[in-house]
Design a binder for this molecule. Structure first.
Ligand SMILES: Nc1ncnc2c1ncn2[C@@H]1O[C@H](COP(=O)(O)OP(=O)(O)O)[C@@H](O)[C@H]1O
Ligand SMILES: [Mg+2]
Length: 250
């Protein structure tokens, strides 16, 4: 297991409530530079809420988030992050091409790349090649399989040249070929020094890349360490309550 570098994400005592209901309850977490950290847990345990609070997409009720050693409220370097949310917006009739969707990921780098310049085209082409979709650049996104659409979103996140990739269930409902292509893309990103925070239902093809897993149950981190063997949080896997160190491990 690689030694974790300087903190890229730091979460301390994070509490998020929707109305009266606390969905995250005092979460502490850290992701060091170069780590690939999985967030696992049952549906509704608070995984997406954690990721969205880390990205400042929903407000925290208590606690602190730091990105690249900067408090979230002062953080402005969004080009250092790439984010793929849980699901592609369903049923969009917009006939955007694959290349257009990926180019949209470069908006955060406005000023660094000219809109129609070579640098932008090269960034789009490189990101599409990384996810195995170079040959689909000019096709409407709607003609792609669900797995290929998901890879398009990952290419969009990669195109901006981020240091941290945040992915929410990127392989859910995705075919095996897309899962392998996705794992290869993440592997390349990590080999280049990238850091990854990824919500996963089960480790799947990313297992070989994961350095650590956080298991969330009912708004708390109940495990921080070895990657669980199976999907966590389901009664048939852990019938006697939340996972602990003896049930986990490789
Ligand atoms: N915007 C919201 N408003 C109200 N409740 C929410 C909202 N987002 C999530 N929740 C609730 O918070 C809990 C955790 O949701 P979520 O973080 O999406 O879980 P997970 O990603 O682990 O499946 C769920 O009970 C969900 O219904
Ligand atoms: Mg979720």
């Amino acid at each position: 297991m690689p030694v974790s570098g300087p903190a890229v994400v730091e979460v301390a005592h994070l509490t998020v409530a929707f109305g009266e209901r606390a969905v995250l309850r005092g979460v502490d977490a850290r992701v060091g530079s170069g780590e690939v950290v999985a967030v696992m847990g049952a549906n509704g345990s608070g995984k997406s809420t954690l990721v969205r609070a880390v990205l400042g997409l929903i407000p925290a009720d208590a606690g602190q988030v730091r990105l690249f050693d900067t408090p979230l409220r002062r953080f402005r370097q969004w080009h250092r992050l790439g984010y793929v949310p849980q699901r592609l917006g369903a049923g969009s009739g917009v006939p955007a091409t694959v290349a257009e969707v990926v180019a949209a990921g470069l908006l955060a780098r406005r000023g660094l790349l000219r809109p129609y310049g070579r640098g932008r085209q090269a960034a789009v082409a490189g990101a599409l090649a990384a996810v195995g979709l170079a040959d689909r650049a000019d096709d409407p996104v709607a003609t792609l399989s669900g797995g290929q659409q998901q890879r398009t979103l990952i290419a969009r996140a990669l195109a901006g040249g981020p240091e941290l990739l945040v992915l929410d269930e990127p392989t859910a409902g995705v075919d095996a070929a897309s899962q392998e292509a996705f794992a290869a893309a993440v592997g390349g990103f990590v080999d280049g020094g990238g850091t990854v925070l990824v919500v996963l239902h089960e480790a799947g093809p990313l297992r070989r890349l994961l350095t650590r897993a956080l298991v969330v149950a009912d708004g708390r981190v109940v495990h921080d360490g070895a990657v669980p063997q199976d999907a966590v949080g389901y009664d048939h896997v852990h019938p006697h309550g939340p996972p602990n160190g003896t049930e986990l491990g490789r």
